[in-house]
Design a protein around this ligand. Structure first.
Ligand code: UGA
Length: 441
């Protein structure tokens, strides 16, 4: 089938590539000419395991095209995805200017029937706005073309995006017309083998499903961080508690890891946006507000542990930081807890030697050159001349360090484990002080 995708960001590029991989003929459009140029020459703008070879192979096979020419791209697809960004507005609601600008372009250029699909995470009611904008443009041209606007939210996780897209656990399709649902079912048929993964519903339910999923996941994390903070005070170890509750299948083991707070481009933005939507409809979403507040506080937790350990005297200290990305297997630092930690350390007059396997160039871009930051080439290099170590992101390579070497290298012999990767007793036996999250034994 012929598919057009607006936006070659995370969602658009991965979706377009996976649709091409199963044989569809895909045109990806972006207004960023440098990015399109790069993609046409094999330069992939994001780090995502498995993506690069897949883009190159499908591009070479002629099933995946990149262009800035929106008008021609719109002629191409029977299905046109909108996968452009929806950054948070000042008040926390999602800014729809890019989505609606694409809708306008579609309305100005559409020449035959198509199903327009909102793929970006957009507030409930956006499909109706997209429909209105397209209709307005068609009316201005004095033409009548049949089109429908559907919602097909994305559930990709950064770092697992290709896998999530190729083997989705569900494909949510929201549309009012049975014909649109049929068209999208055919498009996704190659991903829907062995058992039924397609969940079809009305548009607004599909739009809300996306927010409900992310809000539920963010709630699990903030809930566990709250438990961790209680555990610390009452002299319990949250890691035992985590195992103790996860064994109940109604709770489950996944997504109940306490830590330095959630980050990334989705949870913070989506929780805020849903809260905002609720408010617009006259409802105060108490749980969402609390999820946000707990997370904002949790991002300061690591600094508080350091500050307490050093009795407020961090000035002149050199702190090794392992991990800058908001989670492993990505170079993304949006809303990352590391940013809160670094800002607080610098405010307190400490220096930072940081290492992240993928996010160094991103850190360089964000922080620029500064005397109190050295971006290191290896985990070991970050430790040289450091007084203490803080682990912020749970990259696999940080999981089993040589504690004897850490003891010999770190001047103040102390580790702050922001993701509870280590066994406190093992660290302490090596002669180091240990601080984790919620480990008040
Ligand atoms: C999230 C969702 O997991 C995806 O299903 C969704 O499609 C995506 O947002 C989106 O809306 O596009 P992502 O932001 O890539 O995906 O990252 P996650 O793997 O969900 O992690 C988010 C944050 O939660 C990270 O900072 C991570 O460290 C933190 N986290 C996760 C915890 O602190 N504890 C946990 O138990 C799990």
């Amino acid at each position: 089938m012929r598919v057009t995708i607006f936006g070659t960001g995370y969602v658009g590029l991965v979706t377009g590539t996976c649709l091409a991989e199963v044989g569809h003929d895909v045109v990806c459009v972006d207004i960023d000419a440098a990015k399109v140029d790069g993609l046409n020459n094999g330069v992939i703008p994001i780090y995502e395991p498995g993506l690069e070879p897949m883009v190159k192979a499908n591009h070479a096979a002629g099933r995946l095209h990149f262009t800035t020419d929106a008008a021609t791209a719109i002629q191409h697809g029977n299905t046109i995805f909108i996968a452009v960004g929806t950054p948070p507005d000042e008040d926390g609601s999602a800014d729809l200017k890019y989505v609606l600008a694409v809708a306008r372009t579609i309305g100005q250029n559409l020449s035959r029937p198509a199903v327009i699909v909102d793929k970006s995470t957009v507030p409930v009611g956006t499909a109706d706005k997209v429909r209105a904008v397209i209709a307005e443009e068609l009316a201005a041209r004095g033409v009548q073309i049949e089109f429908d606007v559907a919602s097909n939210p994305e559930f990709l996780k950064e770092g697992d995006a290709v896998k999530d897209c190729m083997r989705p656990d569900r494909i949510v399709i929201g549309a009012s017309s049975p014909a649109s649902i049929e068209q999208l079912k055919r498009l996704y048929a190659p991903f829907n083998r062995n058992h039924e993964r397609i969940v079809a519903m009305d548009v607004r339910s599909a739009e809300l499903t996306k927010y409900a999923a992310n809000a539920m996941l963010a709630t699990k994390i903030s809930f566990m961080n709250e438990m961790a903070n209680i555990a610390e005070r009452v002299g319990a170890d949250i890691e035992h508690v985590r195992h103790g509750i996860g064994s109940d299948p109604r709770i489950g083991y996944s997504f109940i890891y306490p830590g330095a707070g959630y980050g990334g481009s989705c949870f913070p933005k989506d929780v805020q946006a849903l809260e905002r939507t609720a408010k617009q409809y006259g409802y105060a979403a108490e749980i969402l507000g609390a999820v946000e507040a707990v997370n904002a506080r949790q991002k300061h937790r690591l600094f508080e542990l350091l500050d307490a350990h050093y009795g407020g005297k961090l000035a002149g200290k050199t702190i090794a930081v392992w991990g800058l990305a908001f989670k492993p297997n990505t170079d993304d630092m949006r809303e990352a807890s590391s940013r809160t930690l670094l800002a607080r350390l610098w405010d307190a007059g400490a220096r930072v030697r940081a290492y992240d396997p993928e996010a160094s160039h991103e850190a360089q871009r964000i922080f620029g050159e500064r005397d109190d930051l050295l971006l290191c080439e290896s985990a070991r290099q970050a430790l040289e001349g450091a007084d203490a170590l803080v682990v912020v992101t749970e990259w696999k390579q940080f999981r089993s360090p040589d504690f004897g070497r850490l003891e010999a290298t770190l001047a103040d012999k102390v580790i702050f484990d922001g993701r509870n990767l280590y066994e406190p007793r093992e660290v302490e036996q090596a002669g180091l002080a240990y601080y984790g999250i919620g480990r008040g034994r």
